[in-house]
Design a protein around this ligand. Sequence first.
Ligand code: FCB
Length: 442
Amino acid sequence: MTTFPDGFLWGAATAPHQIEGNNVNSDFWLAEGRVPGMERSGDACDSYHRYAEDMRLLAGAGLNAYRFGIEWARVEPEPGMVSRAELAHYRRMIDTALELGVTPVVTLHHFTNPRWFADEGGWMGERAVDRFRAYVEVVTGILDGVPWVCTMNEPNMLALMTMMARFAADPELAAQWQSPTVDEGVRPVLPDPDPRIGRRLVEAHHAVRDLVRERTGAAVGWTVASQALVARPGGEEKLKELQYVREDLYLEGAKGDDFVGVQSYSSQWVNETGIEPAAPSPDNTLVGTAYRPDALGIAVRHTWEATGGIPVLVTENGIATGDDGRRVAYTGEALRHLGAAIADGVDVRGYLHWSLLDNYEWGHWGPTFGLIAVDRETFARTPKPSLAWLGEVAGRNALGSGPASVQAAGGDHQGVADGVAQSHRVAVGRVGAERVVLHGGP
Ligand code: FCB
């Protein structure tokens, strides 16, 4: 029996660009129109208009928290021009969550930038930190009642995107864009993000942390892509080196925060030469990552250690699969590893599944991570059994008896048994996509 602490948050997560639809002022929207092979986000899940229905489904299933984001490109369509109507929209979202008894966890930046910000040089532009600060200052005005604020989503992935955007103008590099879903075969491992960009993002995070705290009283943190890197014998030194540049720089940047968001999907092996390239396997997920529900335990323990013991909120964990039984199996197993870390003393405050909805996965619609299916034409929502299952776990605040564990045990754990490590394909595709657009040029 795995139990979770009192007051544990149980919920699901989304990001504005992936669900709202028609974020036409975002740099990613521009990318979608330019990069060969990329699908468009278009109307996405039309959650811009249907957010209340989404939250009702979440709350109705028994979940008590919803992580969603505010889209900077909507709030500040031109530098210094603030849309009061958009702020009111996001305030309505917060109110809707609160009325439903759902704790809002709000992300201020989730990969996408306003086009004008990209044109100014993006995150390495001279005014980047000031621009972000000014945006955040405006947003703090609507965050009353929000107890958890994530300043930035996966700065370690964002650094990689920013780096790749330097090649934006190069058509040959643009042609190398890799789909996270439709390409076959072994993929190259993601490059390391440039630490100079990482340090700039840390600076941006620090520039807004106290501002948000003072003006809202929310717990403030950022969410880091946990790669659950594990050394093969002989790979220990290499592991340290890679961990720093890919993850720990950002976890160190979280020191002094109120919490740190852990986002975990899979794990990768490191040998003396580096990360082992992905090996194709029938157990891989729809984005080509290894089936590794144990990654969450590795991620949470490493994050706890590297931040010197900051409270952890699992802000994303999930699996791209068309088989909902497999989603339940993966999640049940991941929660068991999370519970073991908690039992060992890691202070974990909640678990937010990625994702509430099947959504636009940064260039593709194929990889389905959702607890709820969405008809792309009618926008009809169809909850999957995994939504009710997670709601039941939330209701019991425990795993281990009853139908949840029966279902979870029925899954295919071959990937774990084999210990097969894969590269994070979804990120490769996304990075490739960013190559051509973000921040508009070298
Ligand atoms: C994370 C992103 C999220 C989604 C999932 C699958 O890295 O934060 O937007 O793409 O991966």
